[in-house]
Ligand binder design. Structure first.
Ligand code: ACO
Length: 150
């Protein structure tokens, strides 16, 4: 179990994390767009109303800024005797904070949520470059990601 550096905490996303730079952290992943506070809150409260299947965690720095984030979505299937599958999405660590095991800590917490909610497996898609990171987090390479853009 990775421990956080002194003064850092991990917790669920909060409605005022917009002001703490949550979206800035996500910008290491892709284009974010000009999301207003109202848009953020609309999505936040949707996820809150579905908090049995969406879990977004953040890491907060000693300066009270969001420096890491990640989500697990719990999919309800028919197969595997109506089994559950956890999908890890949008793992992001602020550029200046990478290499402090914050990413590893987020993944460990999301895997724990997946196991506790009864998922029989937890899966994710990533770039070739991130394969060593996810292997260190205990994942194995499996099959191929396909995408179709609408
Ligand atoms: N190549 C090789 N090893 C790596 C890499 C890499 N690219 N990244 C991390 N590691 C290793 C670290 O060296 C460390 O190893 P150690 O335990 O032997 O010291 C271990 O993995 C854990 O690393 P962390 O310090 O926890 O990694 P970090 O906090 O920097 O987070 C992350 C990694 C999330 C990939 C971060 O670099 C990042 O935000 N990158 C940009 C966004 C991104 O690519 N996110 C993932 C998208 S895929 C998805 O969301 C499902």
């Amino acid at each position: 179990q990775a421990t956080l550096p002194k003064g850092y905490t991990i917790r669920p996303l909060a409605s005022d994390d917009y002001e703490r730079g949550f979206l800035d952290v996500l910008s290491v992943l892709t284009v974010i767009g000009n999301i207003t506070k109202a848009q953020f809150l609309e999505r936040f409260f949707y996820l809150k109303a579905h908090n049995h299947e969406y879990f977004t965690l953040v890491i907060v720095s000693p300066q009270n800024r969001i420096v890491g984030a990640g989500t697990i979505f719990v999919e309800r299937k028919f197969i595997r005797n109506t089994g559950l599958v956890g999908h890890i999405e949008d793992i992001a660590v602020d550029k200046n904070q990478q290499g402090k095991k914050l990413g590893l800590r987020v993944i460990q917490a999301l895997k724990y949520i997946g196991a506790k909610t009864g998922c029989y497996k937890v899966i994710l898609d990533c770039s070739e470059k991130n394969v060593p990171f996810y292997e260190k987090c205990g994942f194995q390479r499996k099959e191929v990601e396909m995408a179709w853009y609408c």
